[in-house]
Ligand binder design. Structure first.
Ligand SMILES: Nc1ncnc2c1ncn2[C@@H]1O[C@H](COP(=O)(O)OP(=O)(O)OP(=O)(O)O)[C@@H](O)[C@H]1O
Ligand SMILES: [Mg+2]
Length: 254
């Protein structure tokens, strides 16, 4: 049986007021089944990060609902929401968000410590090893390259074995070898542990690791690919959308 780990219904997100008002999400309805890998793509500013932040309970949408594991986030109090986020959700931020005064290992064990658990050293080492950074455990973020910081952020999101991992461009700062390592790791979470992965990416090669690709434009889901997803298919679909005249895009999405 397929169960939906995350369901989004009629999500609208708005930033700012008056002339500075921006509708970042404009009625997004979709769901992410358990044990699946979804890539979210779309032009810069199309609402991808906002979608992830709302789905993970980091931002509250202006309208619509988010359900995780059958629980509506807007029904939860602040403490319950914090607990759900801590226990069930891993998040890799687009800007890494590592704590600059902590070492790589201390950053990785932080979610466990916040959950009141004493992190076994071998779990932290295993998480760093999985992203190829076992030998950087004692380094602080300022002593790591951008790509290394990104991989520490991935290790940190996985260490609690969350039901769902949201990753915002987790390979954006990586070279192709390190990207492959992170993408295989994310794929393995889905294939080996039935965890759910939702990953924002601009890279069709990265998207090809997913089971499904959602394309966003102007805060809406405008296209969806499933089945045999290859980098070429994804790139072709994106190119197709970019060459469609603006009026017919409007008609298609009404
Ligand atoms: N804190 C904010 N205040 C005001 N506007 C914002 C804020 N965050 C995002 N926006 C606006 O909302 C829209 C969607 O932003 P979002 O960050 O979700 O885009 P994105 O698809 O992740 O883009 P990128 O690929 O560049 O990361 C953009 O137009 C952006 O300018
Ligand atoms: Mg973004």
């Amino acid at each position: 049986m397929t169960t939906q780990t995350v369901t989004l219904t009629g999500l609208r997100a708005v930033y700012g007021r008056g002339a500075r008002r921006v509708t970042a999400l404009d009625g997004v309805t979709t769901s992410f089944a358990s044990g699946t890998f979804t890539a979210v793509m779309g032009p810069s500013g199309s609402g991808k990060s906002t979608l992830l932040h709302c789905a993970a309970g980091l931002d509250r949408p202006a309208e619509g609902t988010v359900t995780i594991d059958g629980r509506r986030l807007d029904d939860l109090g602040e403490n319950e929401l914090t607990r759900l986020r801590r226990d069930r959700i891993g998040f890799v931020f687009q800007a890494f968000n590592l704590v600059s005064t902590l070492t790589a290992a201390q950053n990785v064990e932080l979610p466990l410590r916040l959950a009141g658990r004493r992190p076994p050293a071998r779990d932290v080492t295993a998480a760093l090893d999985a992203v190829g950074l076992a030998d950087r455990a004692g380094h602080r973020p300022s002593e790591l390259s951008g790509g290394e910081q990104q991989r520490v952020a991935v290790a940190r999101a996985l260490v609690t074995r969350p039901a769902v991992v949201f990753a915002d461009e987790p390979t954006g700062a990586l070279d192709s070898a390190a990207s492959r390592q992170v993408l295989r790791l994310l794929r393995g979470l889905v294939d080996d542990h039935r965890q759910t992965v939702v990953m924002v990416t601009h890279d069709p090669t990265a998207a090809a690791y997913a089971d499904r690709v959602l394309l966003l434009a102007d805060g809406r889901v405008v296209d969806e690919l499933t089945g045999a997803i290859t980098a070429a298919v994804v790139a072709a679909r994106i190119a197709e959308r970019e060459t469609v005249p603006a009026e017919s895009v409007g008609e298609a999405s009404c």
